[in-house]
Ligand binder design. Structure first.
Ligand code: GLN
Length: 559
């Protein structure tokens, strides 16, 4: 095995339509190369002007992923982590906004004195400098860069120009462009159509880039003839046209690419020799468990306000796939619109019919929070497994204060500034914060777990690190009354000041966390709390009759 002297670059671009899976392709290729013994890192370049996606609505951008070191980043970083089992970081997601900001800051600083600052060369050089900086990463063999957007977009042109120049600077065999396109299947003609792919490659050629490998996403398998035809019109050998037809699960994509020998083509073109055969036994088993679980199905409800747009809950949905495999069940997800539960005669039994556990999702702002509180009251009283994440934990605390601790006006100051019982309040260090971008409590923090708790039963550890993204926290003034009323604070910051996990003693499984466990679940390491929640849902499905918890709550003294 000959490690390359210099870092080899792979750029993944997308053509024809958006959302065809550049992130999954990059993650899958990264995983295959890693399992062959190469040291691989993946990064995402996004063409928009926001410095990061932290200030964007989930409707615009889907979930905001958070890294250990506190970057608010693109959700594709979640795929990279889930597939490679390596943590990404602040430098893993570069936006055009960040590039421009840095160029403009340098201009104000006088760094370009005398020059007219322009896209070419200054913006392009800035991109190339960032790339070189990332490639310095110790021991790195291959750096995969996924370029967001679709070829033909105006805003991604500087990234493409940087790639073109780099290829020229580095010489053959050091930089590859893998272009992912879509080959539509026209039912009426029973035919796969290659013309959009040809046009997309022409557009790339128009900016001076000949793709080295084409990956063609399609509903049906690409025949040898089609590959040949695509290759013929796009200046490629048919072996460099890789077919990627729809898979039962995204986790099968690496296996399909292996079969199509994408990794071998890449190694050959990059002059990398002697690398081991990938050992994908674990991965294959995982896919089999996802596709053919023998333990039947469970259904979990996800209550949130972005239910029409599941990308907003990407990591949660993936975590359920992982936890389904580890519990040997298929997890069906029912998305429940929180606001519906605010209607006066809302039928909770009907909405939760066939649901074996409820997850209340993270979120910002008050829309839907009253509905979330009502859903939580219902599952608490009916002893249905409950898992709250971030805002979900805050809503669970509000519900408990209102309906168990006798504080009907309880709320979070995020939703009502002058609330009488501010169960959830702005964190002390957030009170002076004015800027919205990157200013929350972000990234990984340690959490101490209480022995004997459900959290401990899941984690089997006393110290865990979990990622955060919030401004508000549980108000410690209410700890005592909560504890007296049956709430257990099973996870806190090491100094004991911040509540990180709450749970109920007299409940089948009622656990809510201030952090985001979904960001750390991986194929190779299913998150213990997702595993525990699905296990509880499975047990609940299997049987015991619902018990009404509203009568079993301990007595309490209202404030
Ligand atoms: N809006 C809440 C806060 O800022 C919860 C955030 C979240 O769910 N990520 O604290």
């Amino acid at each position: 095995m000959a490690r390359p002297k210099n870092v080899k670059h792979i750029f993944v671009t997308g053509g024809v339509i958006s959302s065809i899976g550049k992130g999954i392709l990059s993650a899958s290729l990264g995983m295959l190369l890693k399992s062959r013994g190469l040291k691989v890192t993946i990064q995402k370049y996004d063409p928009y002007i926001n410095v990061d996606p932290g200030t964007m609505s989930p409707y615009q951008h889907g979930e905001v992923y958070v890294t250990d070191d506190g970057a608010e980043a693109d959700l594709d970083l979640g795929h990279y982590e889930r597939f490679l089992d390596d943590a990404t970081s602040q430098t893993s997601n570069l936006t055009m906004g960040r590039v421009y900001k840095s160029v403009i800051d340098k201009e104000r600083n006088g760094d370009y004195l005398g020059a007219t600052v322009q896209v070419v060369p200054h913006v392009i050089d800035e991109i190339k400098d960032r790339m070189a900086e990332q490639a310095k990463n110790s021991n790195l063999d291959v750096l995969i860069t996924e370029i967001g957007g679709t070829i033909g977009d105006i805003e991604s042109l500087p990234f493409l120009e940087a790639m073109r120049q780099m290829k020229l600077d580095m010489g053959d065999g050091n930089l590859l462009n893998i272009h992912l396109t879509f080959v539509p299947y026209i039912k009426a003609a029973s035919e796969l159509k290659t013309k959009p792919t040809q046009h997309s490659v022409k557009m790339l050629l128009g900016v001076g880039i000949q793709p080295d490998i084409l990956v063609c996403r399609s509903e049906k398998q690409l025949s040898r003839e089609i590959k040949n035809k695509v290759g013929h019109f796009c200046n490629l050998n048919e072996y460099d046209v890789i077919g990627l037809s729809d898979c039962a699960t995204i986790y099968e994509v690496p296996l399909m690419l292996l079969q199509e020998q994408l990794d071998l083509r890449v190694l050959k073109k990059l002059g990398l020799k002697g690398f081991q055969e990938p050992d994908l036994e674990y991965w294959r088993n995982f896919c089999n468990k996802v596709k053919f679980p023998t333990g039947g199905e469970v259904t979990v409800g996800i209550c949130g306000k972005y239910t029409e747009y599941p990308d907003a809950y990407k990591s949660i949905l993936e975590s359920f796939i992982h936890a389904g495999a580890s519990n040997n069940v298929k997890v069906n997800v029912k998305l429940l619109r929180a606001e519906d539960a605010e209607e006066p005669n809302f039928d909770f039994a009907k909405a939760l019919d066939g649901v074996h556990g409820l997850l209340v999702a993270p979120g910002f702002g008050d829309r839907g929070t009253e509905g979330k509180v009502k859903y939580i009251q219902y599952v608490r009283e009916k002893n249905i497994p409950f898992f709250g994440i971030c805002l979900g934990m805050q809503c669970a605390s509000i519900e408990f204060a209102r309906n168990v601790c006798g504080m009907p006006e309880a709320n979070s100051t995020e939703f009502n500034k002058r609330v009488r019982f501010a169960i959830i309040d702005l964190m002390e260090h957030q009170k002076k914060v004015k800027e919205k971008g990157g200013s929350m409590r972000l990234g990984s923090y340690p959490c101490i777990i209480t022995e004997g708790s459900k959290a401990h039963a899941s984690y089997q550890k006393f110290l865990v690190n979990e990622r955060h993204r919030h401004r508000y926290e549980f108000n410690n003034e209410y700890r005592k009354i909560f504890e007296e009323s049956g709430m257990v604070f099973s996870g806190t910051s090491p100094n004991g000041e911040l509540i990180e996990i709450i749970e109920l003693k007299n409940h089948r499984w009622f656990v809510a966390v201030q952090f985001h466990p979904e960001l750390k679940s991986r194929v190779q390491k299913v998150h213990p709390l997702f595993h525990g929640f699905v296990e509880a849902a499975k047990e609940y499905r299997q049987g015991s009759h619902q018990t009404d918890m509203s009568v079993e709550m301990p007595s309490f003294t209202p404030l």
